[in-house]
Design a protein around this ligand. Structure first.
Ligand SMILES: Nc1ncnc2c1ncn2[C@@H]1O[C@H](COP(=O)(O)OP(=O)(O)OP(=O)(O)O)[C@@H](O)[C@H]1O
Length: 577
């Protein structure tokens, strides 16, 4: 679009004003000779084209003014395409300039003697009109451009704030709501044409915080129209002066959900992540895949570090509960007094140390998901009774509460102990045992998985080489022989740590036996130690392991001593030996 066309409306006003004052007709053409505005009706209407080789045309090409007192005989006009039919008695062409470019021509023409006389009489002043005309047109074009830019910026801004999945409320210094976005209008049922006053929208407490000049930061969470929002306030500053506030309203529940979602993704383990080719492992994997969708309780048995939690997670993500929570609790790592509130939650102020809002337990948090009860063999007897009741009745009551809450998590439990023999010795309740053990899955220890040791070692080597940015091609054959001959009491967890250590310290392109042996050394040296010393070291490590899980203050040590069936004095003595 030509520049003159973009200010057609304004030009029309100008030519009509000139026409009213001078009584001469005015025609304006753009740089393509297209007539944009005119006071001459019909033939010279908008969109018609002025003749080529006319004075208009020559003025565009040369940038000169032409004052033609008699166009019929003027040499400027002899080549004009309309020469024969020209009705003008006098004609004055003024080039229109914008930023040193010719963008069109304004022509003043007379078709009768009075108008001709008028033009002739004012010839000098019209000839000086060119600069003023260009100034007027430049100003109009600039203003038009600025207005367009402003309109564009504001619609760009509105598009942006309307596309947000958070709410925006803009308030001026008088606390009037100036703008709200679609999100806020929808969520709070606001009519954009009839805004409430801000204190009607927010509570007094929040409003008072906002009145505080320059307030910048989090206000909330606040419940508006039944939805909990986190509100962030940000002052609008023009130079040093505050000119209103922008409020950002984020749906609090969605924020919480997205944190849950990112945790879910982080912990997502599928059967494809379970590495191993031995028949024993494949058998366990097949059984787990089959039971995953059946919603039955699963009891996973295996030594420490054999992958029980990995299997539990893979079962959860292959089940129809995959979009609900997976929660794990280590029944051996929590003191007897705390395990009930961990499982069932508590009401505010129900015991010393309880926080004053109360807290849901694992059962409530994953009521439609999967609850993984690790080290179930360590669950205190009284808790076995309560757990069995919760599973049977499918409802729980928070500690210190009196309202029953319906829960229905799928239970996957795991143990390295022989639960069946514990049942025989009355250490584990038989009703709970049969409830948990609907489908048993045995995970073999690494020493029974043969070549899986190499498969897993290579898997961990590649993983840690990437983590530590090392270019390692694999293990030397000595290293692989050493790995195959080792018996891995800590199973996969120990193998993983061993490979990580060797990857960190390896300086060649293959992980050799030396670094592996150095880490295994601690175990090999055991061969030369007396039984008495070995027993002491073992007892000490059992106590320290328990303390790592339960804690090392006096109360925790008492609990450790109790669990191990020794006095607190014996525990201290054994720690010092
Ligand atoms: N088949 C597998 N493939 C790859 N990594 C595995 C596999 N099994 C276990 N791991 C890894 O070994 C480590 C121990 O696994 P996990 O915690 O599941 O064992 P666990 O039997 O539950 O241990 P614990 O008895 O101590 O609770 C984890 O780092 C896990 O990622």
């Amino acid at each position: 679009m030509s520049l003159l066309l973009s200010i057609k409306k304004e030009l029309q006003h100008i030519v009509e004003a000139i026409n009213a004052v001078t009584n001469v007709d005015i025609i304006v053409v753009d740089e393509h000779l297209k007539r944009i505005v005119s006071t001459v009706k019909k033939e010279y209407e908008f969109g018609t084209i002025a003749p080529t080789n006319s004075a208009f045309h020559k003025s565009i090409i040369t940038g000169e003014q032409f004052f033609l007192e008699n166009p019929k005989v003027d040499p400027i006009c002899t080549e004009c395409k309309n020469f024969e039919n020209c009705k003008e008695l006098i004609e004055f062409c003024i080039p229109i300039k914008y930023k040193d470019e010719i963008i069109g021509v304004l022509g003043m023409c007379a078709y009768d003697e009075i108008a001709k006389e008028n033009l002739l009489a004012n010839k000098d002043s019209y000839m000086n009109f060119e600069n003023q005309l260009s100034d007027i047109i430049s100003t109009i074009i600039s203003e038009k451009n600025n207005a367009k830019m402003l309109e564009y910026s504001s619609s760009k801004l509105m598009t942006l704030i309307n596309s947000l999945k958070d709410g925006i409320v803009i308030i001026n210094n008088n606390k009037d709501i100036i703008t709200t976005n679609n999100y806020v209008n929808e969520k709070l049922n606001l009519n954009p044409n009839k805004m409430p006053v801000i204190w009607e929208l927010l509570s007094d407490k929040i409003y008072n915080k906002l009145v505080n000049q320059n307030f910048n930061g989090e206000v909330g969470p606040v419940k508006l129209n039944g939805i909990e929002f986190m509100i962030n306030s940000c002052p609008i500053m023009i130079g040093d002066i505050q000119d209103g506030i922008v409020l950002l309203l984020s749906d609090f529940n969605k924020m919480r959900e997205s944190v849950l979602e990112s945790n879910r993704k982080k912990d997502l383990i599928t059967f494809d992540d379970i590495v191993g080719e031995s028949e024993l492992l494949l058998q366990a994997r097949r059984e787990a895949i089959q039971v995953a969708e059946k919603d039955a309780s699963v009891l996973i048995m295996g030594e420490t570090g054999t992958g029980k939690e990995v299997f539990a997670r893979a079962i959860h993500y292959a089940s129809s509960r995959r979009n609900d929570a997976f929660m794990a609790i280590n029944c051996g790592a929590i003191t007897e007094s705390l395990i009930e509130s961990e499982l069932f939650g508590y009401e505010k102020g129900s015991f010393t140390g309880a926080n004053n809002t109360g807290k849901p337990g694992k059962f409530e948090t994953c009521k439609d998901g999967t609850l993984f009860l690790d080290e179930i063999g360590d669950l205190p007897f009284m808790m076995q009774v309560k757990l069995n009741r919760a599973l049977e009745e499918k409802e729980i009551t928070r500690v210190g509460g009196n309202i029953s809450i319906k829960v229905n998590p799928r239970i996957i439990s795991a143990t390295h102990k022989n639960l069946y023999s514990m049942v025989g010795k009355n250490l584990f309740r038989d009703d709970l045992y049969y409830r948990l053990n609907v489908v048993p899955i045995f995970l073999p220890p690494l020493r029974e998985r043969g070549y899986d040791i190499i498969v897993l070692s290579r898997y961990f080597l590649n993983r840690f080489a990437a983590v530590y940015n090392k270019e390692l091609k694999g293990f030397t054959s000595d290293a692989e022989r050493l790995l195959m001959g080792y018996n891995f009491p800590g199973n996969i967890r120990e193998l993983r740590n061993l490979v990580e250590y060797a990857v960190i310290f390896e300086e060649g392109s293959f992980v050799g036996a030396e670094n592996l042996r150095r880490k295994m050394g601690a175990y090999e040296e055991i061969d030369n130690i007396k039984l008495e010393d070995l027993t002491k070291a073992y007892e000490k490590s059992v106590i320290q392991n328990k303390m790592q899980k339960i804690g090392d203050n006096f109360e925790s040590k008492k609990e450790v001593a109790k669990q191990l069936g020794i006095s607190i004095a014996t525990l201290y003595r054994k720690l010092e030996e």
